[in-house]
Ligand binder design. Structure first.
Ligand SMILES: Cc1cc2nc3c(=O)[nH]c(=O)nc-3n(C[C@H](O)[C@H](O)[C@H](O)COP(=O)(O)OP(=O)(O)OC[C@H]3O[C@@H](n4cnc5c(N)ncnc54)[C@H](O)[C@@H]3O)c2cc1C
Length: 427
């Protein structure tokens, strides 16, 4: 089998040392076979192992090869869709459950980091930055809404206050969430994988699941082996391809791009983000940025529908960075990469069961660092027979993309064009 390495990125270049994890060869038996070693798979594995299950994780490439090892590193709580929209969709009872869970993912991440001593540059504090009065009004109503669900830690910032935490004149105000924050995402995934193994879980890298034989005792096939299991958890998200056709028709992989500067002097770094919070703006096609542990600026933005890799990422993202921080005009870009997240039509995650024993969670549509950690807990609860929180997610509507995969890209691109225009006009 050809060996798939990490794509070149700042994260791969600064990853903590990792053991070699062998490809699956031959037949093995387990309680739960998990397909994919991103946050969804690893979080599920950890919760299951902590509750006495035997777990085998199959990873097509390497731990954190997908979005979990390439993302902006922002611990952004809640979902990619506002809770009032969710409430209108599923009614007050389910919305109450989902609303209560919306800030749990950030707590799970911090608990994991502390319990398993994961070295991943955790910093507290995330800012939602408003580019217009309309966006500021939206943040004000969001804050009120979240307070209804018991989340009272959010602080609104006027133009003067946000200037104290982000050195740019781009914003009219914002909202600070100290339960948000940022991490080195690949090192978080690697630390979680080590925790899985410390509890007796098995991870096979370079072992793509090529077929799931369904039935009372499902069998997951790889090129050189197979895993017999009581349950299968599908956690391949945007990298899953066609392994489970029911899931492919309901979602679309999208690329988003990230650049990383050379290390900045302490003075320059401090002038950009004096409190070292991470920032995302409130546009539909949003910009997101933060400082790394070694004081580089990581800046992401832009979406490529259908996950085609753009040829010159720096040319796309650098102008966005300079719009926010023109003071970086002479700073060199050391790394640029792309990664795929999974978009759903509703922008809500898709969670469910296929038959009795194949479970899945996918498609958090951009904001997934916290959600995937929560998803692991909720999936593990369901496998233990406590499905109330799982069902709250599973009841969210799963819409197929109109026209199927062939028309997904043009359809979504039109949608993105429309929202981009609205962002630009500030309406
Ligand atoms: C560039 C970028 C920036 C982002 N920034 C942020 C951010 O700052 N904050 C935030 O909240 N969210 C962000 N996201 C989204 C977030 O990273 C994802 O939602 C999250 O990491 C998804 O985790 P996952 O485990 O579901 O999927 P992934 O991390 O993509 O993991 C899926 C894994 O499954 C494996 N796999 C797939 N198919 C198979 C198979 N057949 N057999 C075996 N293995 C398989 C893949 O190789 C991969 O390792 C970003 C995403 C990208 C791409």
């Amino acid at each position: 089998m050809p060996h798939t390495p990490y794509p070149s990125s700042y994260y791969a270049a600064s990853a903590n040392p990792v053991p070699a994890r062998p490809e699956l060869k031959g037949e093995t038996e387990t309680d739960v076979c998990i397909v994919g070693a991103g946050y969804t798979g690893l979080s599920t594995a950890l919760f299951l192992l902590e509750n006495g299950f035997k777990v085998t994780v199959l990873e097509a490439a390497k731990v954190g090869f997908g979005a979990s090892g390439r993302n902006g590193g922002q611990i952004v709580n809640s979902y990619s869709r506002d809770i009032d929209v969710i409430e209108r969709t599923v009614g007050p009872k389910q919305a109450q459950l989902l609303g209560q869970m919306a800030f749990e993912g950030g707590r799970i991440i911090r608990e994991r980091i502390a319990r398993y001593n994961i070295q991943c540059d955790l910093k507290d504090g995330g800012v939602f930055a408003a580019l217009s009065a309309k966006q500021m009004g939206h943040l004000e109503s969001q804050k009120k809404l979240w307070e209804r669900f018991g989340h009272t830690q959010l602080e609104l910032m006027d133009a003067k206050r946000i200037r104290e935490v982000v050195a740019t004149d781009s914003y009219v105000g914002g909202m600070l969430d100290m339960s948000g924050g940022h991490i080195h995402p690949l090192n978080l995934a690697l630390g979680e994988a080590a925790a899985v193994e410390s509890l007796g879980g098995v991870i096979h890298e370079q072992s793509p699941a090529t077929r799931i034989e369904r039935g009372a005792n499902p069998v997951v096939h790889t090129p050189q082996g197979r895993v017999k299991a009581k349950f299968v958890v599908v956690a391949g998200n945007a990298y899953l391809g066609g392994l489970v056709p029911e899931l492919a028709s309901k979602s679309m992989p999208c690329g988003t791009q990230v650049i990383t500067t050379e290390p900045l002097s302490d003075e320059l770094a401090k002038t950009l983000l004096p409190q070292d919070y991470c920032v995302e703006d409130c546009n539909y096609l949003l910009d997101y940025y933060r400082l790394t542990g070694d004081k580089r600026l990581i800046f992401g933005g832009g979406v490529v529908y259908g996950a085609r890799d753009p040829s010159n990422i720096e040319a796309i993202i650098r102008p966005k960075m300079l719009k926010v921080f023109p003071q970086l005009k002479d700073v060199k870009i050391d790394f640029a990469w792309t990664g795929n997240f999974l978009l759903t039509l509703s922008r809500l995650p898709q969670v469910g069961r296929i038959g009795d024993n194949i479970y899945y969670s996918q498609g958090c549509s951009g904001h997934g660092v916290t959600y995937t950690h929560l998803a692991g807990k909720v999936l593990a609860e369901a496998l233990r027979g406590q499905a109330e929180r799982f069902d709250a997610f599973a009841d969210l509507p799963h819409y197929p993309f109109p026209g199927g995969r062939m028309f997904q890209v043009p359809f979504s691109a039109i949608g993105a064009w429309y929202y981009n225009l609205r962002d630009k006009l500030g309406v």
